[in-house]
Write a protein that binds this ligand. Structure first.
Ligand code: CAA
Ligand code: NAI
Length: 719
């Protein structure tokens, strides 16, 4: 767990050895304590260097240990003892120094960083705070404003920025460990008192209260309802106003309030869920670690609309050459200019040069014969997509992978019109595709494991969080969205307003309420889908009751809004009104109020006061209920996959963990009871009927999310 050796006759070199990130598990803490004791007591040792094996200093506390009782030596006294020691200790930082790892570096008397190293205190992203003295030492070292920024955001910084801020003493391009050993030898004769960060006085700005107030406001606005950043601010205030011995106690009290909170559990769950999602597994036995992806050097995108442009940018910025295809010259030229502008802005932001030389634009599919992979992003029209896939099948060399960005159509039906169904897979990006991190990889029943592995690995290369899902209408994300949207519109009928529903969801932590989100995405999209599926428009039988379709409750209000030409932000009017078409400042619109009132009076609906609790329960439990069905149907392999999709694709708040984790946090019994209650009140809404899996899990004692898989006996997995 830590290797101890004597180098250069008098330097004790302590190497943390806990792969992959040298996390500070109880065994590692124990090994550090023993090694330090040995070094401080051995008269041959004049200085100490601490480094990490495999070019990684330390990734912080072992997060997996948070679930159990504390074992091994606690970190604070261990770190205090290192700092108080009478021999100089130098941290040799390579790779990462994060969380407790950064705090370990802060108690060393000197810090040498490799130029590629990254440092940070990401505890806030795990719902806790740096509780091994980080909130007390960092402000003393770099001042309150800079420390506040790093601690409340959890941002990782480069070695160069750390040098500028005064966190590290030297940045090197050589082996940091060797440089640190030489540095330690030179430090032997020097006094240590000024190097003990906890002994420094925090440089305190005169307007401390105003500064803390401003940061508090900023944090509250950015992370509504999230506790950890606020606790971080209080801990930093203690560093400014109290001696270290008292400040560290305050840090520990604040940590105690966070550590066992639901938010901390949810955020830590998100950390592992994201990593679990990358480890896809198919019932056939093919999985992430036994299926080799193909190398993709060139790709083609068909359709340079909203999605196609972003996909081109995502590919080109990781060095893949891209041929972009449009149907008409004018559209091609517009798309080209947009893509070039997006790539240039992106490159400028990242401080690199735009890879425009990787792009080619064409009107002819014939140009695609040699590419490794094609992603189709034409209109959501099955007949058109089938024609494109047939054509691709003829044009592309037999080994080319054919992918579709459809948001919900049958991937297998597209595979069926090609000469290579095993090389067809869905790659469902989210808008804007060069920004959004989520990629659903839709596995058709005939997609080969190599094809899936290639799509998953290409997603990772583009910096996406890729999740493998099965093939059904809407896949995972959009299939679950329907019951969620339905509940929101039913609540409108019953008496709520768009702004009330949005506020409840935004207070819960969603990036955007459902109506604001719909206005942004464009209301016409869903209207077109509803017309095509016979739910509205001229094909609907006039004898059909207006608020029922296909045997279940239907809310025609969204159609009425569209009939007025209100398509959302793009037309300046939707569920809200905007200053101008394309405007983003949503204001409640009295015309929508009138529409709702007239609608209710036409159908004799007595509006009632609807509580925020009812809004949250009906929207979120209906969402999760569909998630349980998705697990039953084998469309998602694990609850973690569903949660990751909602966290990265639909703005579900991380401190809620995702819809499935949230259900388990609320308690499955309660979710079941509320769904039964709402289903009884609305028997014509099948989405409110509790799913058999939910009932089964409750009957089995509501096991934790990680154990649900054991209870899902999928007969016919779609993965
Ligand atoms: N504890 C436990 N496991 C960890 C870990 C940690 N701190 N950091 C990473 N891991 C695990 C991951 O779960 C993953 O495990 P699997 O292979 O089983 O999936 C493995 O290590 C590799 O991790 P990544 O896939 O994330 O590897 P990467 O190279 O992409 O990223 C990293 C490396 C930047 C260190 C990233 O893992 C990371 O950000 N880790 C978390 C860092 C962190 O938040 N530290 C603070 C911990 S809290 C703390 O320290 C509190 C305190 O005050 C004492
Ligand atoms: P869009 O309407 O903005 O763009 C489609 C583009 O395809 C148009 O520029 C059109 O000219 C072009 N096109 C049509 N036929 C073509 C052909 N035969 N050859 C070459 N180009 C052709 O549509 P958008 O929004 O980009 O959607 C594309 C696909 O992505 C759809 O399947 C959609 O369901 C899916 N999708 C859309 C999302 C969104 O938020 N807009 C999100 C995720 C998926």
């Amino acid at each position: 767990m830590a290797r101890y050796e004597l180098v250069k006759r008098s330097v004790a070199l302590i190497t943390l050895t806990n792969p992959p990130v040298n996390a500070l598990s109880s065994a590692v803490r124990h090994a550090i304590a023993k090694s330090m004791e040995h070094a401080l007591n051995d008269p041959k040792v004049s200085a100490v260097v601490i480094c990490g094996e495999n070019g990684r200093f330390c990734g912080g506390a072992d997060i997996r240990e948070f679930a159990g009782p504390l074992r091994g030596p606690p970190l604070v006294p261990l770190l205090d003892a290192i700092e108080a020691g009478e021999k100089p200790v130098v941290a040799a930082i390579e790779g990462v120094a994060l969380g407790g790892g950064f705090e370990l570096a802060l108690v060393c008397h000197y810090r040498i960083a490799h130029f590629k190293a990254r440092l940070g205190l990401p505890e806030v992203t795990l719902g806790i705070l740096p509780a091994a003295g980080g909130t007390q030492r960092l402000p003393r070292l770099i001042g309150i404003p800079a420390a506040l920024e790093l601690i409340t955001t959890g941002r990782h910084i480069s070695a160069q920025e750390a040098l500028k801020l005064g966190i590290v003493d030297q940045v090197t391009e050589q082996n940091a460990c060797e440089v640190a050993v030489e540095f330690a030898l030179r430090a032997v004769a020097k006094p240590l008192s000024s190097r003990r960060v906890s002994m420094l006085t925090t440089p305190c700005p005169p307007d401390l209260d105003a500064l803390l107030e401003a940061v508090t406001m900023q944090v509250k606005k950015k992370a509504r309802g999230v506790m950890a950043p606020l606790a971080c601010i209080q801990a930093v205030r203690a560093a400014a106003t109290m001696p270290y011995s008292k400040g560290i106690k305050r840090e520990s009290e604040l940590m105690a309030t966070l550590f066992n909170s639901g938010q901390a559990r949810a955020l830590q769950y998100c950390f592992f869920a994201q990593r679990t999602a990358g480890k896809w597994t198919l019932p056939s036995g093919a999985q992430w670690n036994n299926s080799k992806p193909r190398e993709i050097r060139s790709a083609a995108i068909i359709g340079l609309g909203t999605m196609g442009r972003g996909i081109v940018v995502s590919l080109a910025r990781v060095g893949i050459s891209v041929i972009a295809v449009e149907s008409e010259k004018k559209l091609l030229e517009t798309g080209k200019q947009m893509v070039i502008g997006m790539l240039e802005r992106d490159a400028k932001r990242r401080g690199v040069s735009a890879s425009l030389n990787l792009l080619k634009f064409t009107l002819s599919l014939q140009d695609l014969k040699d590419v490794d992979l094609v992603i189709e992003a034409v209109f959501e029209d099955m007949a058109l997509k089938k024609r494109v896939f047939q054509e691709l099948s003829k044009v592309c060399r037999p080994a080319t992978l054919l992918c579709t960005n459809t948001s919900g159509l049958d991937v297998d039906a597209l595979a069926g019109v090609t000469d290579r169904p095993h090389l067809v897979v869905g790659m469902h990006f989210f808008s804007p595709a060069h920004v959004m991190k989520l990629l659903e990889v839709v596995c058709g029943p005939r997609s080969s494991s190599e094809t899936i592995a290639t799509a998953m690995s290409l997603g990772k290369r583009m910096g996406k969080v890729s999740v493998a899902v099965g093939n059904c209408p809407g896949f995972v994300g959009n299939r679950m969205l329907k019951p969620y949207l339905d509940q929101a519109t039913f609540l409108l009928e019953e008496g709520a307003t768009p702004e009330q529903i949005d506020k409840a969801l935004e207070d819960f932590g969603f990036a955007m309420g459902v109506f604001r989100m719909s206005d942004l995405a464009g209301l016409d999209v869903g209207w077109r889908v509803r017309k095509e599926s016979g739910l509205t428009g001229p094909d609907v039988d006039p004898k059909n009751p207006p608020r029922r379709r296909q045997g279940r409750r239907y809310c025609p209000i969204p159609d009425m809004v569209c009939e007025q030409g209100r398509f959302g932000q793009k037309t300046g009017r939707g569920w809200y009104m905007y200053d101008k078409p394309g405007g983003t400042n949503a204001k409640p619109d009295p015309l929508i109020q009138n529409l709702l009132e007239m609608y209710r009076s036409r159908y004799g609906i007595q509006p009632r006061n609807i509580s925020d609790q009812e809004i949250i329960e009906r929207c979120l439990f209906a969402l999760a209920n569909e998630g349980f069905r998705i697990l039953e149907d084998g469309i998602a392999a694990r609850p973690e996959d569903i949660d990751v999709i909602y966290l990265f694709g639909y703005g579900f708040p991380r401190h809620g963990g995702g819809p499935m984790f949230y259900s388990s946090m609320v308690g499955l019994e309660r979710v079941l009871e509320r769904l039964e209650h709402y289903h009884q009140a609305h028997p014509d809404v099948p989405h409110l009927e509790p799913s058999p899996l939910l009932k089964k899990l409750v009957a089995c004692g509501s096991p934790p999310v990680q154990k649900w898989r054991e209870h899902i006996k999928t007969m016919h997995s779609h993965l």
